[in-house]
Design a protein around this ligand. Structure first.
Ligand code: ATP
Ligand code: MG
Length: 576
């Protein structure tokens, strides 16, 4: 390709809309342009990088035995009603109406469609295992589309769905995808770590996310350097904090019942830790009121812990929940937030974090504004209905496996593998006859890669002050030839054309910067776009029979003009 014939609108200034490095570079290097919030047009260079990632994904999916299909993006709402997700996923569903005013769903994912297909086409264990994948546009009504392609309203996903006759075979399919994902991200030049993940409202038993460590990532990963434990913070477990409430002996003169005491104006955990009360946060019980499927529940945590909503969703089995409003709380409890507690409360179900189990000598609100109870023994005084894991793990807590202190790091989720079980096959009737002629639901797995997010994650992980530093495997062009004079028929341009032709003939992705621009502009642009290999041709070096080879991020090396094609192909071959 010749630079003047394509469209590479590089920008000197950073557009105000971009907050993170990769988003800035996507725009500055002329890869994408914004149409509207969360909607982007891919320009020629952006499409080239995208197609290279897609090709890697396809090769690895095919290698793992998955079959490519292509499903409609527009889906009938009836299948979403059947699976139950018309309600549970309603916050992300974008909908459209046709001329007959019939409603359609713009697919955010395709479990419903593929399971409907399999229900009609597969009816015997002999037809399994099967794994179907597609690379296709998805739509999600994200609350906050941001960071360019990272969280978009419309994006490209590779989604795959496996169907097996038994749970053990489904585990084999899961492992194949897990291994394929590791290869895909490695081939894209990305460092992506598999971490244990929460299964959320998609439901299911088992799941891993592939995370790219990055300060700008929207996820937090908890990991241990002592063993291989790594989990999304939404799922992470630990041995708990160093101070274990239930190990602290109750005071000798502890009465056999909670004692009410006045706490005028104290409405936070923090305030109660101060004089004159001086109750450490770990000796307090935090009481939260949530509305779950339109019913109130009480959630109890240790005062120094934070509620993890993902764990709450897992524990309750529904995503239909929110914190109760101050009015709802007062109507139910007779007190305002800040003075709430669960002592002797029986009319509202109580979910308590497991860390509070056996806790004694605790302080909590008295359900009367301006009063708290001290000397609370949870087993004696609070009728807990469910003990669950509700707390977020904190930095430095001991790893549940090996006891070493846990670390926390921000990361970008690029892929997700799920063992789904039979949730969708039962609801959408994907049954088959097993060896003994018995009808069973197929055991499913689902596997997603955000292809467009992966593209941006590559840039987020691989850039410097001058621009993108593309890995060879996904660079829009591998080689940029930069003649410093573009006079047609002149020695510089003649050699540039010759090298260009020879590299193209060898199948190398090469771009010839034939713009009549100052050398500084051309060099800056080639660094900004980030081509892995640059061949500079100027009159001075050519007088010595040389051209200048520069690897992105490396130093200039003079190479004999007649050896440059062999040298470049050798570098590319070495990397493959
Ligand atoms: P997130 O937690 O980031 O919202 P998710 O868990 O909802 O993502 P999945 O349903 O697992 O996402 O989708 C599979 C993959 O699709 C994700 O791993 C991610 O790479 C990508 N993805 C999801 N939502 C978006 C989005 N709004 N924009 C771009 N890529 C996305
Ligand atoms: Mg996910």
């Amino acid at each position: 390709m010749r630079w003047t014939q394509t469209l590479i609108p590089t920008l000197k200034e950073t557009p105000a809309e971009a907050e993170i490095a990769s988003h800035k570079l996507l725009l500055r290097a002329g890869l994408v342009r914004k149409l509207s919030g969360g909607l982007y047009t891919f320009l020629p260079l952006g499409v080239r990088a995208l197609r290279k990632i897609e090709r890697i994904v396809r090769e690895e999916m095919n290698r793992a035995g998955a079959l490519e299909v292509l499903m409609p993006a527009l889906q009938p709402p009836e299948i979403w009603q059947k699976s139950g997700r018309y309600e549970t996923a309603s916050d992300v569903l974008l909908k459209a109406r046709d001329r007959a005013k019939k409603e359609w769903v713009l697919g955010p994912t395709h479990e419903e469609v593929i399971t409907t297909l399999v229900a009609g086409e597969i009816n015997s264990y002999r037809q399994m295992p099967k794994n179907f994948y597609q690379i296709q546009t998805k739509f999600r009504d994200e609350i906050r589309p941001r960071f360019g392609l990272m969280r978009a309203k419309e994006f490209i996903m590779k989604d795959a769905y496996s169907f097996d006759a038994t749970d053990e075979l489904a585990q084999v399919s899961y492992q194949k995808m897990y291994d394929a994902y590791a290869r895909i991200f490695q081939r894209c030049g990305l460092k992506a770590i598999p971490v244990e993940a929460d299964t959320g409202i998609i439901g299911g038993k088992f799941s891993h996310e592939f995370m790219v460590p990055a300060e700008t990532g929207e996820n937090e990963v908890v990991y241990c350097e002592g063993c291989n434990y790594a989990a999304n913070i939404e799922k992470a477990m630990s041995q708990g904090p160093a101070v274990k409430t239930h190990k602290l002996a109750p005071p000798a003169d502890e009465p056999h019942h909670p004692a009410k005491f006045p706490t005028p104006g104290v409405v936070t955990i923090e305030a109660l830790t101060k004089a004159p009360h001086n109750v450490p946060a770990e000796r307090q019980i935090k009481t939260l009121v949530y509305l779950v499927d339109s019913k109130l529940v009480l959630l109890l945590l240790r005062g120094d812990d934070q509620l993890n909503e993902a764990k709450l969703i897992s524990a309750l089995g529904t995503g239909n929940l929110r914190p109760a409003t101050a009015e709802e709380i007062f109507a139910a409890m007779g007190a305002n937030p800040g003075s709430l507690g669960a002592v002797h409360v029986t009319k509202i179900p109580i979910y308590a974090d497991s860390l509070l189990c056996d806790a004694t000598g605790m302080t909590t609100g008295a359900n009367e504004d301006g009063f708290h109870f001290r000397n609370v023994s949870i087993n004696r005084d609070i009728p807990v209905n469910h003990w669950v894991d509700l707390r977020s793990v904190r930095l430095g807590e001991a790893c549940g496996n090996c006891g070493k202190p846990l670390k926390v790091q921000r990361a970008i989720e690029v892929g997700h593998v799920f063992k789904l079980g039979t949730k969708y096959s039962e609801k959408l009737e994907a049954f088959f006859l097993d060896e003994s002629g018995k009808q069973r639901p197929a055991v499913m797995g689902c596997y997603g890669i955000g292809v467009t997010r992966t593209l941006q994650a590559v840039i987020e992980q691989s850039h410097d002050k001058d621009g993108v530093v593309w890995p060879l495997s996904v660079a829009p062009y591998t080689v940029c030839i930069t003649p410093l004079s573009v006079t047609p028929g002149g020695p510089v341009m003649t050699l540039a054309e010759k090298i260009y032709g020879e590299l193209e003939a060898r199948g190398v992705d090469v771009i010839l910067d034939d713009r009549d621009e100052r050398p500084g502009v051309k060099f800056k642009d080639s660094e900004l776009v980030g081509f892995p290999i640059r061949v500079g041709i100027g009159e001075k070096s050519l007088a010595k029979g040389e051209v200048e080879l520069k690897l992105r991020g490396g130093a200039l090396t003079p190479v004999k003009a007649e050896e440059i094609v062999a040298k470049v192909t050798e570098i590319i071959g070495r990397a493959e």
